[in-house]
Design a protein. Structure first.
Length: 317
């Protein structure tokens, strides 16, 4: 199986967290588990052979992620394998304007945040940091291209809902300011915080959407965000190699993640309210991903809580 085919399978391992409050989560879990192997192939990796079942895919996660951590070329191949995916069409017969207008605004904010990113590509090419090479710079370039594809897909969603695209937003400007403060390592840390908070919001929004192609689009974004998070974690793990750098990462990550989550609550508070998403749900999901990210970057033996430690809520394809 090619690296592109097996690498992305990591994201299909159940992601679990502490809170179970709404029947919507159970319904979404059932939706995500139907025809899971086919969904993996269609959304995440079109080249995955039909013979690869879900159990076999999950069984390869550890060896695949070990390969990725030491092989930027594999990451480049992963992003390259997804580069030619067409934009997913939405249901022409559905009235998306019935969804809350606040959702269109939130997606417009996400869309604005997915644009740009060219400076990190140049910085990755010029960086002399240990543990990265030309393949890493190429992978970053493809990562940025995938982010721009997300922006195009989100623009389609915003327009079909009757919303307006944004040309400026204070949260987006704050995010850009944070990325430009220091060097490549801090820029990746800021990107990671934004990716993880966005992932949490996408997952909660997906549980409230009815079965439709827009929800399929959000699910695809969730899958991409998972691999983006793992990509940035692999970079940061290589940089956090001394007790001081590990402590610095942990402190910086917690501060940045708290700030990113606080800003997200301010910007998307109306969407959370209109879609009946409780604040505690957002906090619990963020706490899970913050914990998982720390453990992965710091190289501790268990990167994700096991299903028997938390109540399973949903699977992410």
């Amino acid at each position: 199986m090619s690296p592109v085919g097996i690498v992305e399978s990591w994201i299909n391992v159940p992601v679990v967290w502490k809170a179970t409050r709404h029947e919507a989560f159970e319904e979404f879990s059932r939706f995500m588990s139907e025809n899971e192997a086919a969904r993996i192939r269609h959304i995440c990796c079109p080249v995955l052979p039909d013979t690869a079942g879900t159990k076999g895919i999950i069984a390869t996660r550890s060896s695949i992620m070990s390969t990725l951590k030491s092989n930027w070329q594999a990451w480049r191949d992963l992003f390259q394998g997804r580069a030619d995916r067409p934009l997913a069409p939405l249901d022409p017969d559905l009235d998306y304007t019935r969804l809350p207008p606040s959702l269109a605004h939130s997606l417009a904010v996400f869309q604005l945040g997915e644009t740009g990113g060219g400076s990190i590509v140049e910085q990755a090419r010029q960086s002399k940091l240990n543990g990265i090479d030309d393949h890493y710079a190429e992978a970053v370039d493809l990562f940025v291209s995938e982010e721009r594809r997300h922006a195009s897909q989100l623009a389609v969603c915003v327009r079909i809902m009757g919303g307006q695209l944004l040309h400026r937003n204070w949260a987006a400007r704050l995010f850009v300011f944070g990325r430009r403060l220091i060097g490549l390592r801090f820029k990746v840390l800021v990107l990671l915080a934004a990716e993880v908070v966005g992932l949490c919001l996408y997952r909660l929004i997906a549980t409230r959407l009815p079965p439709c192609r827009m929800r399929d689009t959000v699910v695809q974004l969730i899958g991409d965000k998972h691999s983006h998070m793992q990509f940035h974690c692999a970079f940061l793990e290589r940089q956090a190699t001394t007790p001081f750098s590990r402590a610095l990462f942990k402190a910086s990550w917690r501060v940045l993640f708290f700030c990113a989550g606080f800003v997200a609550l301010i910007v998307h508070r109306r969407t959370l309210r209109d879609m009946s998403i409780e604040l505690q749900d957002f906090q619990d999901l963020c706490a899970h991903y913050r914990f998982a990210t720390e453990i992965h970057v710091l190289g501790l033996p268990k990167a994700w809580p096991e299903p028997d430690e938390y109540h399973s809520v949903s699977k992410c394809a």
